[in-house]
Write a protein that binds this ligand. Structure first.
Ligand code: NAG
Ligand code: NAG
Ligand code: NAG
Ligand code: NAG
Ligand code: NAG
Length: 375
């Protein structure tokens, strides 16, 4: 495992020190040179940008901004060590091979699109292979490792992702006024906080960072409505970070870290009040509650595990706390164990849910999404 593979501030032995944890697998860390090379391939004039502007199309369009909980292939393949999601055993359940999704199968974006009755929008990085039909349905700009602010991973932050969306708009036209760009999904799962905890002193630094992150997130949400012309914006709440295996491993998966969960709750309260200020009538913004359905499924006591027999132990478990799912030694021998049945596990790897977990969470939010988008 390379020096950059795991943030040094995430020793499994001291989870209580960290308020909030890494949500994207450590593989999201990219060396600047690699990112620069990627940028060259990637950052030419956006092609196939037929759907970015104003249109009267009645087919729903979904534009996704965020991190690894939503990424469907934007991180790119820079080798097993840096980008695990492009290597086995990722993608085992769906579609049977790795696709850059941080799970054994489908991720949040897939389930949101399905709740909207539409296909998963194409990942920005894969847009050249997409037909015009799919390109007209929106695009996914989310990339594993991203944050609202920069996370030191050289990933596009949310604001840069929105810039990409804006760059796709037809040059002519009178901006967003009177224009319906469609639906935006904004998924922020905690990379800003793992970065802060990593850089400074764990808990205190991450707590102190909450107002900065939420204020910047507010600016980007405002942009999506006022500049990008999104008719509806769905923004996710933070899940109980202290229940991710990154924290629970040190507790033998017996329970969650209360401090990290309190931090997530504080972020969510701040976000709720920001949305109340931006949109008192709840016309444009929906705070999509991931925290409650996650909590209901992952905080289950060992004696009564509920829907998932293993609510906290990941299906893909590293031999070493500092390892990663998919890791191999020099002889190609697995440095992880894989469970027999991922549908029994809520977590796939140290930070990301299984497809079965996302499906269970989606059951909880599907009616809300449909109601919100139907008006
Ligand atoms: C949308 O519909 C309105 C009214 O029917 C029309 O004036 C406008 O030109 C249409 N815009 C586009 C981009 O088709
Ligand atoms: C987001 O990224 C862009 C491009 O790298 C950078 O200029 C900007 O300062 C970043 N925004 C924030 C809030 O960190
Ligand atoms: C970091 O935390 C330790 C103990 O928690 C404390 O002694 C130290 O002063 C802190 N350092 C900074 C820069 O806040
Ligand atoms: C961890 O939990 C398992 C059962 O879930 C138990 O068999 C094992 O002994 C525990 N290990 C420690 C170190 O407590
Ligand atoms: C808007 O949503 C919030 C949070 O769900 C709720 O507390 C508030 O009452 C809603 N406001 C209106 C005007 O419906």
């Amino acid at each position: 495992m390379g020096a950059r593979g795991l943030p040094p501030a995430l020793p499994a032995a001291m989870p209580a020190l960290l308020l909030l944890c890494l949500v994207v697998v450590p593989s999201a860390l990219l060396p600047p040179a690699a990112e620069a090379a990627r940028g060259h391939r990637d950052d030419g004039a956006p092609s196939g940008g037929t759907g970015g502007g104003c249109s009267n199309s009645t087919a729903p369009r979904l534009w996704v901004f965020g991190d690894s909980y939503a990424d469907t292939g934007n991180l790119g393949d820079l080798g097993r060590e840096l980008t695990h999601a492009w290597y086995d055993p990722y993608g085992d359940t769906f579609p049977g091979r790795p696709t850059g999704r941080f799970s054994d199968g489908r991720v949040l974006t897939d389930f949101i699109a399905s709740a909207m009755g539409m296909p998963t929008p194409v990942a920005y990085k894969l847009r050249r292979g997409a037909g015009p039909g799919l390109l007209a349905r929106g695009m996914n700009f989310a990339v594993g490792g991203a944050g609202v602010l920069d996370t030191g991973n050289f990933q596009r932050n949310i604001s840069a992702q929105i810039d990409l969306f804006q760059a796709q708009r037809p040059a002519a036209g009178g901006g967003a006024r009177g224009c319906d760009a469609g639906v935006a999904l904004v998924v922020v799962s905690g990379n800003d906080y793992s970065y802060a905890a990593d850089k400074d002193n764990g808990t205190s630094a991450a707590i102190a960072y909450i107002p900065t992150v939420v204020r910047q997130l507010m600016e980007q949400l405002r942009r999506l409505r006022d500049e990008a012309g999104m008719r509806r914006v769905v923004v996710t709440s933070l899940h109980p970070l202290g229940c991710t295996p990154l924290f629970t491993r040190a507790l033998n998966y017996s329970g969650c870290d209360p401090l990290a969960n309190a931090g997530a709750a504080q972020h969510n309260a701040a976000l709720r009040s920001v949305l109340a200020g931006l949109d008192p009538a709840n016309r444009t913004f929906l705070l999509l509650d991931l925290n409650a359905p996650f909590a209901a499924l992952v905080e289950a006591p060992a004696a009564a595990p509920g829907r998932f027999a293993e609510p906290r132990r990941p299906c893909c478990e590293t031999l070493d706390a500092g390892g990663y799912c998919g890791q191999q030694d020099d002889d190609g021998k697995r440095m992880y164990t894989l469970c027999d049945d991922p549908t029994k596990h809520f977590y796939w790897d140290d930070a990301h849910p299984t497809q079965a977990a996302w499906a269970a969470v989606a059951e909880a939010f599907r009616p809300k999404i449909r109601e919100f988008l139907s008006t």
